[in-house]
Design a protein around this ligand. Structure first.
Ligand code: XLS
Ligand code: NI
Ligand code: NI
Length: 444
């Protein structure tokens, strides 16, 4: 049985001139760029929730996709056919990784025990599929937001019993991740936030969240998890104010509660833009703190103010992201997870291929462009120049070493007079980036 009859064999690389819509133009997994293959640089992961479980439903209407999998009335049979389809898709796309929430791969049962049993059953099957296909788990996570018990939050719920249910779920999702060799485990604060401060004890909820993360990190160690624990910031949705607002807020929270050494962050493009940042801003904030672990790749819509999770096709944005990733020497055991969904109207299964192919080609091309920009020092040279005085002049060095004082600086300002006026050259720099993006200076 095949779930994707339009695609007979793995998507081939055919080069930039190909007219075949089911081929890669830039993503050539064996091509070496700066000492590593494209597959090593770009550890793409398909996300199970959007790609396998997405239904096309929105707030105005129910499912619009009629998938040939997951239709059985028995929930385990439905989970099994979904997993068959998932691994067929991963294999045909030629992707190395996938990501899931516990509830994406297995249904919830009527009790904690039954739920654990259902998850174990599906984890066994996933393990066998991974061994057959060589596809690996990038990260696992627990869905702590869909069940009605989590309406007022999971770790930040006013009821400790809800906290305990969330803890039970994370324990088992962590076990599943370890069992499947996942290199990461993600905490996205689903409903950890508030819609009104009138019923919210902000101080208490933050304490609860910190306690939860400490417990989870302790358990991860106990369970033999050797990968990276990641927090995924998002400013809003589903709550009005999510506690992990953006990278800076999340890092400050981790620092405040003694968690900074235990967690890194997973930065999603559309979440950064919802926080009114560019994606590269949030990536850089995390990276300079040494805490950038993984990326959720997608894009928003400039005309809509919510998390539209569209497939990433914006080369300029992907290039800026790859500059940060290459700038820190890669993502280690992190990768690029497609937290993206096809539009409600794109209901054919072949649309899933078009969407992922476009995203993979965009990042492959961005890798080449960013690598060339770095090799040529096209941005780093003017940047170093701009800050040269802090490195070269005595007073600059003293400021950075905190070896001066306001009176000394006053005396310096009085003797040295007015500073030179120097242009920031923004437009010239934008043109340089475009030169690379348009192809004139990029390696094809
Ligand atoms: C939702 C989040 C979610 C996480 C995993 O907005 O992006 O999909 O990536 O829980
Ligand atoms: Ni999102
Ligand atoms: Ni995400």
């Amino acid at each position: 049985m095949t779930y994707f009859p339009d695609v007979k064999s793995p998507i081939p690389y055919e080069g930039p001139d190909s007219k075949n819509p089911l081929a890669f133009r830039y993503y050539d997994k064996t091509r070496t760029v700066a000492g590593k293959t494209m597959a090593e640089h770009l550890k793409f992961a398909v996300c199970y929730w959007h790609t396998m479980r997405g239904s096309g439903a929105d707030t105005f209407g129910g499912a619009s996709f009629e998938r040939p999998w997951g239709t059985e009335s028995d929930p385990i049979a439905a989970a099994e056919s979904t997993m068959d389809a998932a691994f067929e898709f991963f294999y045909k796309l030629g992707v190395g990784f996938y990501c899931f929430h516990d509830r994406d791969i297995a249904p919830e049962g009527g009790s904690v025990e039954e739920t654990n049993y259902l998850l174990d059953t599906m984890v066994k099957q996933a393990k066998a599929r991974q061994e057959e296909t060589g596809v690996k788990l990038l990260w696992g996570t627990a869905n702590l937001f869909s069940h009605p018990r989590y309406t007022h939050g999971a770790a930040t719920n006013p009821d400790p019993l809800v906290f305990a249910h969330a803890a039970a779920q994370v324990r088992r999702a962590m076990d599943a991740t370890v069992e499947l060799g996942g290199s990461g485990y993600v905490f996205w604060g689903g409903r950890e936030g508030y819609t009104t401060l009138l019923n919210t004890d902000l101080r208490q909820e933050r304490e609860q969240m910190a306690a939860f993360l400490h417990l989870a990190a302790d358990y991860a160690k106990e369970a033999g998890f050797t990968g990276t624990l990641l927090i995924e910031p998002k400013p809003m949705e589903p709550t009005t104010h999510q506690y992990d607002f953006d990278a800076a807020t999340t890092l400050s929270f981790l620092r405040e509660f003694g968690l900074l050494e235990r967690f890194k962050v997973n930065i999603e493009s559309n979440h950064a833009t919802l926080a009114t940042h560019t994606w590269e801003h949030d990536l850089l904030v995390a990276s300079i703190a040494g805490r950038l672990g993984s990326l959720d790749i997608n894009r928003g819509d400039l005309n809509l103010g919510w998390d539209t999770d569209q497939f990433p096709t914006d080369l300029a944005s992907a290039t800026m992201a790859m500059l940060v990733v290459l700038g820190q020497g890669g993502l280690g055991n992190g990768g690029l997870n497609f937290d993206a969904k096809v539009r409600r109207g794109s209901f054919d299964t072949v649309d899933l291929f078009h969407a992922h192919i476009g995203g993979m080609d965009t990042f492959a091309r961005a890798l080449l462009v960013a690598n060339k920009i770095i090799e040529d020092g096209a941005l780093s040279k003017p940047l170093a120049e701009r800050y040269a005085k802090f490195r070269e002049e005595e007073i600059g060095k003293k400021i950075l070493a905190r070896e001066t004082s306001l009176p000394e600086l006053e005396a310096y300002a009085a003797s040295a007079g007015e500073p030179d006026r120097v242009s920031g050259r923004q437009e010239a720099l934008e043109n340089i980036v475009n030169d690379y993006i348009f192809g004139a200076r990029a390696s094809q």
